[in-house]
Design a binder for this molecule. Sequence first.
Ligand SMILES: NC(=O)c1ccc[n+]([C@@H]2O[C@H](COP(=O)([O-])OP(=O)(O)OC[C@H]3O[C@@H](n4cnc5c(N)ncnc54)[C@H](O)[C@@H]3O)[C@@H](O)[C@H]2O)c1
Length: 322
Amino acid sequence: MAAIPVFDSEAVLAAVSPADAIARTRTAFERHAAGEWAMPAKVYVDAPPNGDFRAMPARGDGLATLKWVTSFPHNPERGLPVVAGALLASSAETGALVAIMDCAAITSLRTGAAAAVSAQALARADAGSVGVIGCGVNGAWAARCLAAAGYGPGTCFDPRAEAAASLAAELGWETGELAEAAARDVVVTVTPAAEPVIGEPGLRAGQHLAVLGADARGKAEVEAAALARCSLFCDEWEQASKGGELSGPVAAGLVERERVTELGDVLLGRAPGRRDDEEITLFDSTGLATQDLGIALGVLEAWREGRIDTPTVSLGPSDQAG
Ligand SMILES: NC(=O)c1ccc[n+]([C@@H]2O[C@H](COP(=O)([O-])OP(=O)(O)OC[C@H]3O[C@@H](n4cnc5c(N)ncnc54)[C@H](O)[C@@H]3O)[C@@H](O)[C@H]2O)c1
């Protein structure tokens, strides 16, 4: 029976550094945009009143992955994570299951890395300072990835003062008020998106906003008037228009397809990114299964090269008896 490696959160994070995650996430955007990696639509399974589950499949570079993951926004109130679940990786050649991975670590790496890739592609060349709004699990990884990409120092804001303070201390950044964080060159929002945190009066010419928190219908972090001032980019139109920051404005007829550019097209040079230093760019991240695939490839590579060790399991008939 084939031994299948099982990667817990620690093993995933040991396998793929923030810098590696950025490179792999960039590749994922490019491969997806080029049509080389497949990504059927993600399936939402509502679990009221707790949140929802998502099933996120992808295939590319010989691997097929399925991430089964939660977004349970009220879980922190009972000491549980918002994002939990597992990623299954199978050989696209034989169909054999080749790995089981913790999905929270994969999600954090690729979500944080997407913010960094969007900044590299869309922020002003002289952008440096970072504002982090929402310093929970994925906000912290966005900050780590932006720092790994050379951005900073930053201002961290979170109503949970201890979360902002701990992230600021880790990166040698500072804590500040919402308005201070929202005024930085690169602003990343990673809140539960229950109410907007970016308003039009606080915007500055030339900023780049990476809005990560709204990844399902009904969530929004940016007020409509602020959004109207921005040049709009997203990870994938299908997802973003139905379940991202853009979904509300799209449903209200305020934003049309022609106004929004997919990041992969910018990375491939097929579409323009930032046009001038005054423009405010906004990247709507909903999180692509192809990004998860990119990180999973990195985890498997590290294991096959002996850079990390992890336990294995066998899922054979003997295990299924009874
Ligand atoms: N785009 C993506 O790919 C992606 C990936 C993962 C998670 N998410 C979404 O990001 C959000 C955050 O996820 P998480 O796992 O980091 O959750 P988390 O609970 O660990 O962190 C959320 C943080 O936001 C803070 N917060 C709440 N209201 C705020 C406000 N008004 N201003 C500033 N901060 C505020 C909370 O105190 C908390 O620290 C969720 O909505 C989740 O669904 C998106």
